[in-house]
Design a protein around this ligand. Structure first.
Ligand code: AMP
Ligand code: MN
Ligand code: MN
Ligand code: MN
Length: 285
């Protein structure tokens, strides 16, 4: 398969921290000219069945997806899984375990915000969560915008929800090894999500890519809504150097918040193996 394909293999629905349903996303992707789509909710595969059905209804090719939260050298890294069996029991168990601490973490985040004069954040964030097990910083961000603490969610993250800020709570997610293993043993391909977002030094990034490969990881996002044009080239080079397949995805969450619309990114640069080439027999038609 060619790299000239409008594949969008990263986005979120109400099953995690997006604002559209899987059905609305399938229709929107189709309208925007997406040819191959994956819904990749955080730490959850509860929307996969609906997404697959909705994709088929509009004639959109579909790959199963998820985005697993991982703690690597004390920092949060995201690993996208594509084309796995969503009924695989080890994968499902792993995801249950990974999302397990979110409720407690949310209460602690709320306590931190209450201390600086923003009460009721837990209850406020819950209103935005379509899936209680998946309560995330994004839902807090929506509540903080609602009460006028900030003008947009980006500002909320900067002022309240990132390391060292009052609403931030340290959390231990899955290990890199576990996340990659769950995905690959379920027949899928593991992909490093938006690598430029982590702010790693060259050495830290080398360690991430090396360990990821060692555990069986096979792909990296090159063209994503989180990368600049220059970063497409940087990670295209990294993909070649580490012999990883390249992926493309908007990371779309919401029509009001996302700066990148579904299916509107540039194509993958040339001279790369597209991740969908590894997944040809997993594509649902
Ligand atoms: P959590 O998994 O609860 O830590 O939340 C992480 C989610 O927060 C990510 O998947 C993004 O959707 C969102 N997020 C992280 N950083 C930012 C930011 N700077 N601006 C807006 N959303 C962000
Ligand atoms: Mn998110
Ligand atoms: Mn992510
Ligand atoms: Mn994402």
């Amino acid at each position: 398969m060619t790299s000239i394909l409008n594949a969008d293999l990263h986005c979120h629905s109400v099953v995690s921290d997006g604002t559209l349903t899987p059905e609305e996303l399938a229709q929107r992707a189709h309208r925007n000219g997406v040819e191959l789509w994956a819904l990749t909710d955080h730490d959850e595969v509860g929307g996969q069945q609906r997404a697959g059905v909705a994709a088929r209804a509009v004639g959109l090719q579909y790959l199963t997806g998820t985005e697993i939260s991982v703690t690597f050298i004390g920092r949060t890294v995201h690993i996208v899984g594509l084309g796995f069996d969503p009924d695989d029991s080890a994968l499902r168990q792993g995801l249950v375990q990974t999302r397990g601490g979110r409720g407690q973490r949310a209460k602690e985040m709320s306590a931190g915000l209450a201390q600086i004069g923003i009460p009721g954040a837990y209850e406020g964030a819950l209103k935005y969560a379509g899936n209680l097990e998946l309560i995330s910083r994004t839902h807090f961000a929506r509540f903080l915008v609602e009460v006028g603490a900030c003008k947009d969610t980006n500002e909320v993250f900067r002022k309240y929800l990132t390391e060292g800020k009052p609403g931030f709570v340290e959390h231990r997610w899955a290990t890199l090894k576990d996340a990659v293993t769950w995905i690959t043993r379920a027949g899928g391909v593991a992909v490093i999500a938006h690598p430029a977002r982590y702010g790693f030094t060259a050495n830290e990034e080398f360690a991430l890519f090396t360990e990821f490969k060692l555990h069986g990881g096979q792909g990296v996002e090159v063209v994503t809504g989180s990368h600049t044009t220059a970063e497409y080239q940087t990670y295209a080079s990294m993909a070649r150097e580490f012999e990883l397949a390249a992926s493309r995805g908007s990371d779309f969450h919401s029509p009001n918040e996302s700066h990148t619309e579904l299916g509107t990114l540039p194509y993958l640069p040339g001279n790369l193996t597209p991740v969908w080439e590894l997944l040809a027999d997993r594509i649902q038609h």
